[in-house]
Design a protein around this ligand. Structure first.
Ligand SMILES: *[C@@H]1O[C@H](CO)[C@@H](O)[C@H](O)[C@H]1NC(C)=O
Ligand SMILES: *[C@@H]1O[C@H](CO)[C@@H](O)[C@H](O)[C@H]1NC(C)=O
Ligand SMILES: *[C@@H]1O[C@H](CO)[C@@H](O)[C@H](O)[C@H]1NC(C)=O
Ligand SMILES: *[C@@H]1O[C@H](CO)[C@@H](O)[C@H](O)[C@H]1NC(C)=O
Ligand SMILES: *[C@@H]1O[C@H](CO)[C@@H](O)[C@H](O)[C@H]1NC(C)=O
Ligand SMILES: *[C@@H]1O[C@H](CO)[C@@H](O)[C@H](O)[C@H]1NC(C)=O
Ligand SMILES: *[C@@H]1O[C@H](CO)[C@@H](O)[C@H](O)[C@H]1NC(C)=O
Length: 452
């Protein structure tokens, strides 16, 4: 849908809105008057288990990486499209979509369980809703607001309704929304508030999209939980707007962890160092949803690479910069910086390189080495990302992926072609990453995430 001309998009919304208008009387019996108490912050903290969207599938290490990369690449392309078309009012409202992790939660009273995709690249929390006009298949029953005593529609005066990128609000039909993702998926319906239950903890009055027309395929997911910086996201609706995640090794079997609100920095998993490194968050005026960081440089082994500081700068027109993301697999750096990283690894690793174009699984990986036969140990140079005030020394398995079944070792990084860079989830494994929206910082602490 990102490539639709704006006129088509508005026709689509008009059509959706008309369909919704005719469908919305079904809501009236469950509609309650709601004062603005849902705009009050929600006091809570909770912990959730995150499973990879590929979990349970039998893939080799490289296959698994390849699948993640394909999804991630898509995300980056759509993001740059969004920035470059920011003068188009509709197209600039497209969110990258696709996440790598699923969470198990429940909605309503009594609770109706479902799986949702966690997404740090968008804001809206939503699930497919009855009466459904167009829904994709999901493994759990569709949420029905009529069967919940805690559903309310959001009034037009609500800050949440005003925060929607595309909406149409009236007393008769409620706050209708359309939310578009870059992979062509979208959701539209009515904005409501509900009680959500996250494992043991119930949180009332969370603003969410009750999706009546939803396109795409979310695997086991029945919606998304947006964790971006915008007002509609789950984290922004908490009284302590912060969260953290601890991602396990992508090829392992242990699930990852998400900690929300007051729980975000209360880690009780083993850590090699209790030192939390903090780096400031920067805002991109064009896409305020994303978490941009200030990256000052990169060191490979003992060599600080000669990267001009301006290489990673975020420009006022929204181009450039470096953002941290949970839904992108490998880190992509602007080409001039990536080629320096690549050259440095080639000169420090004493192994022949493999021509990646020779194997479909290596497609998209710019640098692979041929592993020596036998159990010879290989020296892998260290890799440090110098974020402002936070030098992040990465564990080796966060950038060198070894697949002995194929006999290769690949650098899990690549180049980006659009001038902006992204710090991906492979690089964030076994690190507690804390996003604090009120302090405007991201913090890192090395952690054994499979012990959380
Ligand atoms: C908004 O909803 C009203 C009815 O409440 C409808 O007449 C109007 O066409 C809708 N606008 C758009 C852009 O869909
Ligand atoms: C996974 O795949 C490998 C190789 O294709 C096979 O030997 C193994 O039995 C499979 N395991 C499961 C659980 O399917
Ligand atoms: C990756 O996962 C596969 C399948 O579970 C397993 O056979 C392989 O040994 C794992 N590789 C590593 C490096 O953990
Ligand atoms: C998801 O949550 C529901 C309700 O709490 C529970 O019954 C179900 O077993 C959970 N599923 C998983 C895979 O944890
Ligand atoms: C860094 O790049 C900027 C803009 O391209 C240029 O003006 C400046 O001279 C460069 N600095 C160094 C040390 O190369
Ligand atoms: C955005 O700003 C940067 C730096 O000022 C400039 O180099 C670039 O050409 C601009 N890009 C667009 C698409 O306007
Ligand atoms: C890799 O393969 C491409 C296409 O087959 C070829 O053009 C290139 O020379 C090869 N590079 C090496 C280092 O063998």
């Amino acid at each position: 849908m990102a490539s639709l001309p704006p006129s088509l998009s508005s026709i689509l919304f008009l059509t959706l809105a008309l369909i919704l208008m005719s469908a919305s009387p079904a809501f009236s019996s469950s509609r309650k008057s709601l004062d603005d108490h849902h705009d009050l912050p929600i006091k809570t903290g909770f912990k959730l288990t995150l499973t990879s969207v590929d979990s349970g599938e039998n893939f080799t290490t490289i296959e698994r990486l390849h699948r993640q990369m394909k999804r991630g690449r898509h995300r980056l392309e759509k993001l740059s499209e969004r920035i470059l078309t920011s003068e188009h009012p509709i197209r600039s409202m497209v969110y990258p979509g696709q996440g790598e992790f699923l969470m198990n939660l429940s909605i309503g009273t009594p609770p109706q369980p479902y799986y949702a995709i966690m997404d740090t690249g968008s804001d809206l929390v939503w699930t497919q809703c009855q009466p459904c006009i167009q829904c994709f298949p999901q493994p759990t029953p569709l949420y029905d607001p009529m069967k919940s005593s805690s559903f309310s529609e959001v009034p037009c005066s609500s800050n949440l309704c005003k925060a929607l990128p595309i909406s149409n609000c009236s007393n008769a039909n409620g706050c209708e929304y359309l939310y578009i993702y870059g992979d062509g998926d979208s959701t539209s319906g009515v904005l409501g508030t509900e009680t959500f239950t996250f494992e043991e903890v119930s949180v009332p009055n969370i603003g969410f999209g009750c999706g009546e027309i939803n396109t795409g395929d979310k695997g086991n997911g029945a919606g998304l939980v947006g964790l971006g910086r915008g007002a509609l996201s789950l984290v922004s609706q908490l009284d302590e707007p912060k969260f953290s995640y601890c991602l396990t090794y992508f090829n392992g079997t242990k699930p990852s962890t998400l900690l929300m609100g007051s729980q975000a920095s209360s880690v009780n998993c083993p850590s090699s160092s209790r030192e939390m490194k903090n780096t400031p968050l920067i805002k991109n005026p064009v896409i305020p949803t994303f978490y941009y960081l200030s990256l000052k440089g990169i060191t490979v082994g003992s060599t600080r690479l000669p990267i001009n500081e301006t290489t990673f700068a975020l420009h006022e027109n929204g181009t450039g910069g470096v953002f941290i993301d949970s839904g992108t697999s490998i880190t992509h750096l602007v080409e001039s910086a990536f080629s320096l990283v690549k050259e440095e690894f080639i000169s420090q690793v004493n192994l022949p390189t493999v021509n990646a174009t020779d194997s479909p699984w290596l497609d998209g990986l710019d640098l692979c080495f041929q592993l020596p036969s036998g159990s010879v140990s290989v020296d892998i140079p260290s890799l440090v990302f110098h974020f402002q005030d936070a030098d992040l020394d990465l564990p080796k398995e966060n950038y060198m992926i070894t697949d002995s079944s194929v006999g290769v070792m690949c650098l899990a990084m690549g180049k980006s072609s659009d001038g902006s860079s992204v710090f991906g989830n492979i690089q964030q494994q076994n690190i507690l990453v804390v996003y604090d929206l009120s302090k405007e910082t991201v913090s890192f602490m090395p952690t054994e995430c499979d012990q959380c």
